[in-house]
Design a protein around this ligand. Sequence first.
Ligand code: NAP
Length: 283
Amino acid sequence: MSAKIIDGKQVSVEVRERVAEQVEQFIAGGGHQPVLATVLVGDDPASHIYVANKHKACEAAGIGSVHHELPAETSQEDLVTLVKALGDDDDVDGILVQLPPPDHIDPDAVIEAINPAKDVDGLTATNAGLLAGGRPGLVPCTPAGVIELLDHAGIGLEGAEAVIVGRSNLVGRPMISLLLGRNATVTCAHSRTRDLAEVTRRADILVVAVGVPELVKRDGIKPGATVIDVGMNRTEGGLKGDVDFEAAAEVAGAITPVPGGVGPMTIAMLMANTLTAAKARTR
Ligand code: NAP
């Protein structure tokens, strides 16, 4: 292996400590304690673990949290009513609805019920539009975490050839805007891309967010490239990324592992976004 490993666990600890200090300073300066409200519908065990981890992270950062757990049969109308009420609740700074909801609920209807000022996942049309327009707003946590990792690793973005694989609203699309905003030359590949390896081989910075285990192989990586693997795929062989790590690490200059790469950054950036939302509300 020749690639430098980008340690997301370590960077996430640093971000979380930085946020904890900033929360302390904010409160010391007369601000209120930021509060994150989480909403979980149904009994998906993985979602329960994610939400529990978010609450632990809040506690460690000095951020308050409240949790609303609703049965799987909750109607879309009741969920939207709750999310709107949280949007009007002066004691709540951030709202996170754990996705995906059960099948009978349209996730877009729930997302659009979130008060954009409290949209710490950055998924509402308002925040997505602000980001696409290069204006300040709340940015989705995972792509924001990718930028933090690249900066921490000292990777120059200006003028770099960046290729993103995947165009979801959660990762790929906001990643395009963030990298463009940092003056990278951005290409976005997806399921209809003709020759994926030919496209990804152009990348100085390759961000893969697809959900197919080990889709990107050694032949898809330019020697010396920085490879950020967002994928989290549960397989019989354990948790795997979207990149064939062992093979990629032989050619890449730097690479994130799975687990321990992008994953831990998402919660860290959620803490950062909750503080940002709290500060903005006091203006
Ligand atoms: P998603 O909404 O399913 O989007 C997947 C994207 O990949 C789509 O744009 C799709 O293209 C593209 N794609 C699918 N098959 C492809 C192929 N064979 N070649 C090229 N592109 C292909 O997924 P997501 O929410 O962005 O998540 C992607 C991965 O990241 C998943 O493994 C997820 O678990 C992980 N993830 C991790 C974190 C974290 O905290 N680390 C956070 C979010 C997501 P089309 O648009 O053409 O269909």
